[in-house]
Write a protein that binds this ligand. Sequence first.
Ligand code: PMT
Length: 340
Amino acid sequence: MEHLPSAETAEAAESHYFTQNPPPKNLKSNVTLAREFIDRHAEQGRRLVLVTSGGTTVPLETQTVRYIDNFSAGTRGATSAEYFLQEGYAVIFLHRQFSLLPYSRHYSHNTRSFLDFMKEENGRVVVDEQHQEEMLRVLRQYSVAKKENRLLILSFVTITEYLWELREVAKLMRPLGHKAMFYLAAAVSDFFVPQDRMVEHKIQSSEEFSQNTNRNGKTPAARTEGRSLIIDLEPVPKFLKQLVDGWAPEGMIVSFKLETDPSMLVKKAQYSLEKYAHHLVIGNLLMTRKWEVVFVSALEGEKWIRVPRNRRSRSVSGVEAWIGRAEAGKAENTVQPKAE
Ligand code: PMT
């Protein structure tokens, strides 16, 4: 069993991580965008949610050719963002570059090209009849969010970029207190290569050409030995602790727990809830995540939400609408989940 890190250890781990792993180049401009967005919506008294989405990568080289990835297409995050927008939230969508985006997800990353939704009519491009109704619905929702400037899209690729952005945006949201929500659907790496143990150039497949030390004389975390690739990763500190205790202590925090072994899911979700003492853990299994999730909260214990498998696209709506109701009712602790 892992031990709960003390506040000092968690703070020391945070400080060490951010000192050793430099910020992304666009952090400053992203912080400026986020600050303007947050201030504008705070002034209007709007509830704000930071939705994280997609998988973080762990680069093995500074000039990255190879990396380790975490599974996530961004479906959960992009779909949830749409439902939060529908519930009137302003949404900061912090997503893995090129993963699914709210609204456009209906027409991207598909086996069909977006051009398959179109046809030519009298020399003009129009939407095919059979897609009119659905596209009009999506377009209307998108137009409202856009007109009201309620969606800010930020991106990350690596675990370090993700953590820098999460920390900076969370701190900007801190003054919003309980009007700020954190919905952490991104798939976050547990292990990584620290900057000072990363090789500059592409790892060679043969030991003859491989770099056995890097610029500061340290043994690289990823290297070839004989004909094998050795990868010796270090743990990423659990930043959920810092988010709950330091970055946004009054915000509503929803984390996700992904497992593949059904016997572990609820146990691990409960463990996470006890360990970090936040509001809600949504557990899902890799194989069934589209049609069932388990909500684990101090308030209501364990609740499963299931939808029929052939209504996959609606499954997420049930979950995200629940979250909307949870947020609305959390001050009074009167939230009742409604399974579809
Ligand atoms: O995008 P889809 O294809 O629809 O898939 C959605 C999903 C399965 C990725 C999503 O529903 C999901 O489960 N996301 C969380 C995945 C994850 O990181 O699970 P975890 O059990 O490894 O981590 C649990 C929590 O700890 C997460 O909220 C994470 O933000 C947090 N964490 C993780 C690592 C770390 N170093 N620090 C953290 O705080």
